[in-house]
Design a protein around this ligand. Structure first.
Ligand code: NAD
Ligand code: UGA
Length: 486
């Protein structure tokens, strides 16, 4: 199976960077990224590389190198499918908001519509690669749709043996092979993660198809980092990896509350614990809570799957990771209200950051949204500054909660372009995202222009506690250890 043409359906945070890096590393491949959202495709094709639809350090350079050479962004989905030897499905798989599994299960309607479109359009053999994060055993549904949409036969049975066949021939004689190739990139470091991945995971049941995909990654990824497994192991490994990562954050966040109660310093505890080589130092930074489009969604999905197999102890165990995260966001907001003499009504609170982490313009499930919602319920007047998240996105995040009318959200929450204007006259500052630039501010100037006492609630442990205290701030860092908490 020689691959020359690749199509990727979904030009989002995964499809865009992933295909850009493959195109840059494999100039002999022609890669077309398509999306049902025409504005997104226009933005990928736009002349100003600083205005790509997603912000990722280093991405503009990679796109500049490959776009128009062997990387194309197109609205013509049918044509890209028709011409491709290999098709990546990289569409969104959000938590269901309706029907059975509402609020827990992954919504697979976008994945299914891709499979149906491929089945309807294809006239030659294809390798179909699941890049989206999906529930374990989705490959068998995809294969069924691909092969039976025109009355053909699947190569295996849906719900059959573990690692069972995920290929088949359609009534029109087309061969489809389904592979699972989950993506492990993190936003903000996507390009580096793709260029130097810890591992690439390929699950499948057809050796030739696995080899075809392996050969692409082998252009820049060392062979020992390319792991092959059966389909169901690859699908489940992705959910498990995210669950383990989120669990570490919830674990250290649980300890952060204990640190505040006891006078311990969570960074010191994390350093001491992480020095154990069996535990390791990464992902032990206490915070106002993890966000992002995937941790919560994927754990809810894992919990749902476990419950659907009647594995209630397993489901309860993983659900705690989510519950602790919600508690962490909530207690941060409560701490602000309590410290501001039990009322924030009519008080200006300045938010530094809205993105769910630094170096991204993505704010999906950001802790900032939930902290803002809790403070707005107390009639606080919030002003937000984020270097990359757009005002439209911020209001859309709040409106989506449905806690109050869009007009009310716009009346109570303002967005500023200048950080000093954001903090001027504020009763308190809340640091929600760990953007590096926040460390560089002229903090004595900020202090001068605030109401007194001037409170800072650092949900990222970003600022220098002693320096802030010496300027005069009442500084509170999540996880204790600052003079204020002792
Ligand atoms: P996204 O919402 O940014 O992008 C998905 C794109 O798919 C959208 O632009 C949407 O318009 C398009 N789309 C949906 N249905 C379509 C269809 N039928 N035809 C054509 N286009 C369609 O999502 P994302 O963040 O890129 O995530 C995609 C998948 O990758 C998800 O399953 C997610 O869990 C997984 N993932 C995400 C990340 C991440 O960092 N964001 C990392 C690893 C894995
Ligand atoms: C995460 C995983 O790290 C990726 O491997 C995975 O591919 C991706 O989810 C996905 O499936 O979408 P991402 O959400 O982009 O990546 O970012 P992370 O760096 O994992 O951070 C997630 C959240 O946890 C952020 O809000 C971050 O601030 C928070 N976090 C992370 C902490 O609070 N403390 C830490 O020590 C680490």
């Amino acid at each position: 199976m020689e691959i020359k043409n690749i199509c990727c359906i979904g030009a989002g945070y995964v499809g865009g960077p992933t295909m850009s890096v493959i195109a840059s590393q494999c100039p002999h491949l022609r890669i077309t990224v398509v999306d049902s959202n025409p504005e997104r495709i226009d933005a990928w094709n736009g002349p100003d590389l600083n205005k790509l639809p997603i912000y990722e350090p280093g991405l503009a350079e990679v796109v500049a190198e490959a776009r128009g050479r062997n990387l194309f962004f197109s609205k013509d989905i049918d044509r890209a499918i028709l011409e491709a030897d290999m098709i990546f499905i990289s569409v969104n798989t959000p938590t269901k908001t309706y029907g059975k599994g509402k609020g827990m299960a992954a919504d697979l309607k976008f994945v299914e519509s891709c499979a149906r479109q491929i089945a309807a359009v294809a006239t030659s053999d294809k390798i179909v690669v699941e890049k989206s994060t999906i529930p374990v055993r989705t490959a068998s549904s995809i294969k069924n749709i691909l092969t039976q949409a025109d009355g053909g036969q699947s190569g295996g049975q849906s719900g059959g043996q573990a690692g069972g066949q995920a290929g088949g021939r359609t009534g029109r004689g087309i061969n489809f092979h389904v592979l699972s190739n989950p993506e492990f990139l993190s936003e903000g470091t996507a390009v580096q993660d793709l260029l130097k991945p810890d591992r690439v995971l390929i699950g499948g049941d057809n050796e030739e198809a696995i080899q075809a995909l392996t050969a692409i990654y082998a252009h820049w990824v060392p062979a020992e980092r390319i792991i092959t497994t059966n389909l169901w192991s690859a699908e489940l490994s992705k959910l498990t990896a995210n669950a383990f990562l989120a669990q570490r954050v919830s674990s250290i966040n649980a300890i952060s509350e204990l640190c505040e109660a006891t006078g311990a310093d969570v960074d010191e505890v994390a350093r001491a614990v992480g020095a154990d080589s069996r535990i390791g130092p990464k992902f032990l930074k206490a915070s106002v809570g993890f966000g992002g489009s995937c941790f919560q969604k994927d754990i809810l999905n894992l919990v749902y799957i476990a419950r659907s197999y009647q594995l209630h102890a397993v489901a309860d165990y993983w659900e705690q990771v989510i519950l602790l995260n919600r508690h962490q966001r909530r207690r941060f907001a409560d701490k602000i209200v309590r410290t501001l003499y039990d009322t924030v009504s009519g008080k200006k609170i300045a938010f530094l950051g809205w993105a769910f982490k630094k170096d991204t313009n993505d704010s999906r499930e950001s802790a900032a949204i939930y902290v803002a919602d809790a403070l707005l319920a107390e009639e606080a007047e919030i002003t937000v500054y984020d270097p990359k998240v757009s005002p439209e996105r911020i209001y859309a995040d709040l409106d989506a909660l449905g806690s109050r009318s869009p007009e009310e959200n716009r009346r109570l929450l303002k967005i500023e372009k200048d950080p000093y204007d954001t903090m001027k006259g504020a009763y308190a500052i809340a640091v929600l995202t760990e953007w590096d630039e926040f460390k560089m501010y002229d903090w004595p100037r900020v202090y001068q222009n605030m109401q007194k006492p001037a409170f800072v609630f650092d949900g990222r442990r970003l600022l220098d506690a002693q320096k802030m205290e010496s300027i005069g701030f009442d500084y509170y860092a999540i996880g204790g250890g600052s003079p204020q908490d002792l």
